[in-house]
Design a protein around this ligand. Structure first.
Ligand code: SF4
Length: 250
């Protein structure tokens, strides 16, 4: 594995006062590169692993540590999001090791799209909170929505359970795709064995990233889909709650 001095991380952008990517106030690192092609992606400009800017790992850690006081004070921390941060998992290891030594709370926002190997295991061991996107329970539905089936995501969830890592599952509710009461019941049943899953964050599908698709000359296939109503989100949440699964939604 690389040392902090050897590693570099390709970054799309930073956000220094994030409040929606984990607890407290967070410094968010949006990493570059993603193997999925979600039809509703808000950040298609993160897909190409060669774009963005490469930061020496040490420089990145020093940048994050500048915010340590406000992160600690707000019970927040740093969140690695993307893109898919696990694309650069070899570089995450020394960065996470150093942040851990410094007492910074580390969250990882991921779709779990990686092979389970020693590097993945080490990343997971060093992470305080994983926010795992479960995009579709059905392999064919997942492939249709993201371009890949869901085995890797589910293997990753099993690893999180084995390592007893605190996990929030994220469910982007897309009308006509995964927004039914039946789907909510299936999700509740699927998550039942995972006692490491603390809650399900329900995120209504929205179109705020569509302009980026246009800028990149990409065809946005979900234009006909409307954002789900608050009533639907509440209804889906109540199904999970009645199965004793905590929910979080705006
Ligand atoms: S995993 Fe995230 S970054 Fe990757 S395509 Fe899906 S929504 Fe976009």
């Amino acid at each position: 594995m690389k040392t902090l001095e050897q590693a570099e991380l390709r970054v799309h952008s930073f956000e220094s006062g994030g409040t929606v990517d984990g607890p407290g106030i967070r410094f968010v690192v949006f990493t570059q590169g993603c193997p999925l092609r979600c039809k509703y992606c808000h950040n298609p400009d993160t897909w190409n692993p060669k774009n963005g800017k490469a930061y020496p790992a040490k420089t990145l850690v020093n940048e994050i540590l500048k915010y340590k006081t406000f992160m600690t004070f707000s019970k927040g921390g740093v969140t690695f999001s993307g893109g898919e941060p696990l694309v650069q998992k070899e570089s995450l290891v020394p960065i996470f090791e150093k942040l851990k030594k410094e007492g910074v709370h580390i969250a990882l926002d991921t779709a779990g799209t990686t092979n389970i190997d020693e590097v993945t295991k080490r990343v997971v061991e060093l992470t305080d909170l994983v926010m795992l996107d479960v995009k579709h329970l059905d392999p064919a539905g997942h492939k249709n929505l993201t371009g890949m089936t869901n085995e890797k995501c589910f293997d990753f969830l099993k690893l999180l359970k084995e390592k007893n890592v605190r996990t929030w599952v994220r469910w982007v509710v897309v009308p006509g795709v995964n927004d039914t009461e039946e789907y909510a019941h299936q999700l509740a049943a699927f998550l039942k064995p995972y006692d490491n899953v603390e809650l399900v964050e329900i995120l209504p599908y929205h179109k705020s990233g569509v302009f980026k698709w246009k800028e990149l000359g990409l065809n946005y296939e979900l234009n006909h889909i409307k954002e789900p109503s608050h009533e639907i989100i509440e209804e889906l949440a109540s199904i999970l709650e009645s199965a004793h699964i905590k929910t979080l939604y705006a």
